[in-house]
Design a protein around this ligand. Sequence first.
Ligand code: 5AD
Ligand code: SF4
Length: 470
Amino acid sequence: MAAPETKKRVYIKTYGCQMNVYDSERMTDALAADGFAPTDRMDEADLVLLNTCHIREKAAEKVYSELGRIRVMKEEAARSGRNVTVGVTGCVAQAEGAEIARRAPVVDLVVGPQSYQHLPRLLGEVASGRRAVETEFAIEEKFAALPKATRSQTRSRGVTAFLTIQEGCDKFCTFCVVPYTRGAEVSRPVAAILDEARRLADAGVRELTLLGQNVNAWHGAGEDGRAWGLGELLFRIAEIPGLDRLRYTTSHPRDMDDALIAAHRDLPALMPYLHLPVQSGSDRILAAMNRKHKAADYIRLVERIRAARPDIALSSDFIVGFPGESEADFEATLRLIEEVGYGSAFSFKYSARPGTPAALKDGAVEEAVMAERLARLQALVDAQADAFNRTAVGRVMDVLFEKPGRGPGQLMGRSPWLQPVAVEAPPERIGTIGRVVIDALVTHTLVGTLVDPPAGAWPAQMAHSAETAP
Ligand code: 5AD
Ligand code: SF4
């Protein structure tokens, strides 16, 4: 076996959404089979990959400034006789392709999200002195190829993991590049999903987040011969021993069907947290965005979800300053936020993206107006998030311990509502669920005390995870 220091090292910097986080993990797995050990230090890597995001202009521009720094680093390495290969992957790679290599000659390799299974071959091309650009759409092929890439070698995982079950988007919101960078909606087959979920559970994962750009548009042929949607799939995944907690993201309101809402009522492993972006509370803007629903439809949907799972925490994405957005439109968004009441939310200034229909619209909102609206919106959702977090103080809840905390003897975990919780507990509790009483809220973190009943008297969920531990 080669000494560790002779192994090639790969550094992957991940931008943007959780889909990219997942893809970076899968690339790390695939490259491990090819002799690359992961490193978290860019300056000692033989291969540097930027897994990029194209959703807003700022995200895309970050890549070019990072490539400027990488060029300096690569030149320094070359002076000491070390060759560094630089690749751009993800949505900027997909959207801009060979243009990246033209704008940033430091780049050796450009690979779109549907082509990661070809990374080892493309690296071979780079090694023989060619630049490699691959941005073909062959997503079925990616799903077919990816499980094999890790079967030989499942790296040890953390307590939580992502699993992509769906990719792409057919919704064509007028502001969004995703339908162009990630392609049409494709669902991964049930057997492949169950196979990967089992492998992750065997590797110690306790909480699984199912991913897709439109995850609740997932559909497939069920094991019972019926057509399954995400609701049925969640029930099936919950049967896998060891997977105590399930989540999914990101959902479109139009795809929340009855079976999925029922899963929130009937499936204890499905955590009471739902990211359900609405973008705007103005029907005029929702129509211009091509969201295919009105504000009242969304509010009715939220009522149905809350009827099924009264304690669910909701989160959303909002865009301020969409072309033509008036003060009255913006106030409608604030009213919707007040009516729904969120546990957390993400909000963005509208960013015109080349190739999207909204980029051609008149009525651009001034930067200063956007900034002012964003600040007002964020103040409102911050107050809601704070009020929501405060309701946790004094309550007893299940916390899944994920990793060591900042303080000595401390662990960090998550509540069912995805809130970070700091607790004094021994390191062997990592990967287990404990009963915790919440003592305080410190900025955005809950601080609590372990109040587990003595062994033998554990609640059912604890007993289950204890039995299935290796
Ligand atoms: N400008 C600003 N925000 C955007 N988003 C998507 N496209 C744009 C854009 N052009 C936001 C949406 C989406 C989130 C992932 O990013 O709110 O839900
Ligand atoms: Fe973009 Fe809309 Fe598709 Fe979400 S649903 S990825 S915002 S086009």
